[in-house]
Design a protein around this ligand. Structure first.
Ligand code: 13P
Ligand code: SF4
Length: 309
């Protein structure tokens, strides 16, 4: 097996040969984040993909993120290290179920979380991410009924913040965040008295109620870095520790294990490895391939979201 330094050199060489950019989500393994041209949450990485003018986007995250990059860059090659890097939220909203729902409720505007398949995006009116979901919902006239999909916890959180009574919520969930038990957070708080709690809005309501701050992955990182507090309990995937420890080296960060894996890792995000990244840059596969029509239909709701500041 080649040493990590050899694989890193191969990746850097291939990246140069391919005129590629490497985008990494905060939940990626540290060694992947260290090689990335940009690390970010799903909104930041979509914006970065939108501005890209090279030839190949190597997207280290999960498949729906690579699909979104392709939708925004139809003429570029978009690759991802592992085709099986899925997402439980994507699985919770099959497109045929959404089409059936729309037939029964033709008057509803469909607001879809970016954690959806490209087919679901194509059926949506506007997208949102965990960072801008409140702004997206507030951009829709108050008397317009909405379907928010697929994340029930994010949906409930947005409904509470916007006071939107005419918002129906799909019952999907992220199996990493939705299985963080409130009682484990309560015991972490007694173990680390004085620690502040930052949580991702995909967490259950009884976890969010105990949080001092709720936000997207990047927003959590920014908040912890800027806050004068020195100790934090982080209710999201532990990959964010890479940026937290780099940007706030003197502070302490604690993670709580969920009931899904008794850890705080997303098994889909962790499918990507340096070896798979090297192979995908070498072979230009797994590659996102979508029909022109599908990309055009999915691009409209993505661009509507990106047009909102
Ligand atoms: P962010 O938009 O906060 O990066 O979240 C994406 C995600 O998959 C959270 O589980
Ligand atoms: Fe999907 Fe949850 Fe993994 Fe994010 S953490 S990619 S929402 S399964």
């Amino acid at each position: 097996m080649p040493a990590v330094s050899t694989i890193v050199e191969e990746i850097l060489d291939l990246k140069h040969q391919r005129n590629a950019i490497l985008l990494a989500h905060h939940y990626q393994e540290t060694e992947i984040q260290e090689l990335a041209d940009a690390i970010g949450d799903s909104l930041e990485l979509s914006r970065r993909a939108q501005k890209f003018d090279g030839d190949v986007i190597a997207f280290c995250g999960v498949w729906f993120m690579a699909e979104t990059a392709k939708v925004l860059n139809p003429s570029k090659i978009v690759i991802a290290p592992d085709r099986e890097a899925g997402c439980s939220l994507v699985d919770s909203c099959p497109v045929d179920q959404l089409r059936a729902w729309k037939r029964r409720h033709p008057d509803h505007v469909v607001v879809s979380y970016i954690n959806t398949s490209v087919e679901v995006k194509a059926e949506s009116d506007i997208l949102c991410t965990s960072r801008n979901a409140v702004d997206v919902v507030n951009s829709i006239p108050a008397d317009q009924p909405i379907l928010f999909l697929p994340d029930v916890n994010l949906g409930n959180y947005v409904k509470k913040l916007t006071g939107r009574a005419n918002m129906k919520i799909w019952q999907g969930a992220c199996f990493v965040h939705a299985t963080f038990p409130a009682r484990r957070l309560t015991s972490a708080k007694s173990e680390y008295p004085g620690a502040l709690v930052a949580a991702h809005p995909e967490c259950p309501e009884d976890v969010l109620r105990q949080a001092d701050y709720i936000g997207s992955t990047s927003a959590i990182i920014d908040w912890c870095v800027r806050h004068p507090g020195q100790e934090f309990i982080i209710m999201t995937e532990s990959g964010v520790n890479h940026s937290l420890s780099r940007l706030a080296p003197g502070k302490k960060f604690h993670f709580v294990a969920n009931e899904q894996c008794n850890c705080s890792e997303c098994p889909y995000m962790k499918r990507n490895t340096l070896e798979k990244l090297r192979d995908s840059l070498r072979d230009l596969t797994p590659r996102v391939e979508l029909s022109t029509e599908m990309m055009e239909r999915a691009r409209r709701p993505v661009e509507r979201m990106l047009a909102l500041r």
